[in-house]
Design a protein around this ligand. Structure first.
Ligand SMILES: Cc1cc2nc3c(=O)[nH]c(=O)nc-3n(C[C@H](O)[C@H](O)[C@H](O)COP(=O)(O)O)c2cc1C
Ligand SMILES: [Fe+2]
Ligand SMILES: [Fe+2]
Length: 403
């Protein structure tokens, strides 16, 4: 018995779970694993929608066999060339040498840079082109930069299934539950936001373009490339993606600091207490040395308030904070209220460089930075309170109905 699940009639999930890899893209922690979702449509013509990462190819081939037996695969639809989806392509071509590969013109250029293929077996599709499998009729929609330039999605007009590739994908393996009505949504929502903010978020304007393109198309089921299949309530994840790609945030504050000996951390605690005294309940606090930036960025994508602290370190920002700031700039995070603080002993450097970051990323500073020589103590705490009060005031104005 192989690990495959029927999605609808002829459509089956034949993906794999990866609970061994520590870091996705060798960068993002996979505490709870990840799934590489591939789908097979066992129609008059047999089509695969994407494949899996190469490390799980052997199990994947078994999954295929358990559905089609000795039948052959007619088509592989390549929605995206990133190796978490194209990794097993070589194994598929090896087993089914006549298989037709379907992608767009940009896919072909990337494909031939990594695989030796017979180009006569490549079918180039354009936006809106259709493929008839017998019962199922598929339509291809180009969604460039959600996540790579060649990325496209495949829409099954028969059962109204959107094979959305990375869009609506989550970290987290599929632990028995495959469909949204079988899982704990809150867990996957957090992991979806971590995936979105760190992997796709940089291209939010292209996500919005994709939304406009797909607007009005009826979708019963979303089959993404990572994480659960959204069949009970696909509208829920469509709404989340729409919100995140419009940089819409909520009432709350993320406080992150870099601190060697705890003085900057103490400042963070004082600010947090003042925020609470001023009516803010959602406060997420992170030591930049301890928590991987992917979790911090996940929460920064959620809350409008951001307060960053750094001790001075060799006339610069504390390196872990510098790394976070560089990543925030790289991901082009937008539209946050920013507060800054930090401790120093002689010429400073932390706060000065946080101010440079604020300028680069074009976040509005809500108040003068709080820079304290040595430890926070009676007599130098005022500015910490000013930052908290200003932040609370703006958040209450922005989100009058939220708590
Ligand atoms: C390796 C190292 C480098 C430092 N570099 C600077 C510096 O360039 N400028 C400065 O004003 N203080 C510098 N300091 C002093 C710290 O910024 C200061 O002790 C601060 O209070 C530490 O805050 P923390 O307790 O949050 O780590 C340095 C300290 C260390 C250990
Ligand atoms: Fe990707
Ligand atoms: Fe992916």
């Amino acid at each position: 018995m192989q690990n495959t699940v029927e999605v609808s009639g002829k459509v089956h999930w034949i993906g794999t779970n990866d609970r061994r890899t520590h870091l996705f893209e060798n960068m993002w922690p996979l505490e709870h694993g990840v799934s590489y979702n591939s789908y097979i449509i066992n129609d008059e013509k047999v089509a695969l929608v994407d494949t899996v990462e190469i490390g799980t190819a052997s199990e994947y081939l078994d999954n295929i066999k358990s559905i089609i037996g000795d039948k052959k695969i007619d088509y592989v639809i390549i929605n995206h060339m990133e190796p978490d989806h194209s990794g097993a392509l070589g194994a598929i071509i090896h087993r089914f040498p006549d298989v037709k590969l379907i992608g767009n013109i940009k896919t072909l250029k990337i494909l031939t840079a990594y695989f030796t293929i017979n180009e006569e077996n490549y079918i180039t599709v354009n936006d809106g082109d259709e493929l008839d499998l017998g019962y199922h009729k598929l339509k291809f929609v180009m969604t460039p930069w959600v996540h790579w330039p060649e990325t496209m999605v495949t829409y099954d007009t028969t059962d109204k299934i959107l094979f959305s590739c990375d869009a609506f994908g989550t970290f987290g393996s599929l632990d028995g539950g495959i469909f949204d009505d079988e899982i704990n949504f809150e867990f996957y929502e957090e992991e979806m936001r971590r995936y979105y903010s760190n992997i796709v978020g940089k291209y939010s304007n292209m996500v919005q373009k994709a939304f406009k393109k797909l607007d009005g198309i009826p979708v019963n089921t979303i089959c993404s490339s990572h994480g659960p299949i959204w069949r009970e309530n696909p509208g829920r994840v469509l709404d989340l993606y729409n919100k995140w790609s419009k940089y819409e945030t909520e009432r709350g504050v993320v406080i992150v600091w870099g601190s060697m000996y705890g003085n900057t951390e103490k400042m963070a605690d004082i600010i947090a207490r003042h925020l609470v005294n001023n009516g803010i309940k959602n406060i997420k606090m992170y030591d930049a040395s301890k928590t991987h930036i992917s979790y911090i960025i996940r929460d920064i994508w959620k809350y409008k308030g951001l307060i960053l602290g750094s001790c001075a370190y060799n006339s610069a920002m504390y390196p872990k904070m510098a790394q976070l700031c560089a990543e925030l700039e790289h991901m082009q995070v937008k539209e946050h209220h920013l507060g800054i603080f930090g401790s120093y002993s002689w010429n400073g450097g932390g706060v000065k460089n946080l101010m440079k970051f604020a300028e680069n990323i074009e976040f509005e500073l809500i108040a003068e930075p709080a820079e304290i020589k040595g430890s926070p103590s009676e007599g130098n705490l005022d500015q910490l309170e000013v930052i908290a009060k200003e932040m609370a005031k703006r958040l209450k104005e922005d989100f009058p109905t939220q708590s």
